[in-house]
Design a protein around this ligand. Sequence first.
Ligand code: DQA
Length: 143
Amino acid sequence: MKILVINGPNLNMLGIREPGIYGSQSYAALVGFVSDVCAQHGVKAEFFQSNHEGAIVDAIQGAYGVMDGIVINPAAYTHTSVAILDALKAVSIPAVEVHLSDVSAREPFRQVSYAGMACEATFAGHGFDGYRMAVEYLIEHHG
Ligand code: DQA
């Protein structure tokens, strides 16, 4: 099984940005954590991070016919991007949404998730562990 792990804007700043909300570990540490989880399950993982909406759309389109699952934290684009929603629907690859923070307990503008409308499950508020849950969800349902 091959999984693409997509992280959106400002997640490259993990460890620096608002550590009280997003934790003190870096993006590199996140990639290491998810790589280990995937290796333990014999899953191949690829990682993509971008601060640009169109680049994320391109990455989703590029997964068509190549990847068996997508784990996506669209970050701020979660709450704004119909383009990312449409890309996920276009490729029809099983997708799971992750948020480090518990978006349901935050500002009203974070209560809408466009990307989530094309995802089978959402794990929010579990920090890095949410990515493990998403990978294991995909293995359980599509592995
Ligand atoms: C986030 C939550 C979003 O609302 C926010 O814009 C982010 C990160 C999270 O992982 O908790 O950048 O997706």
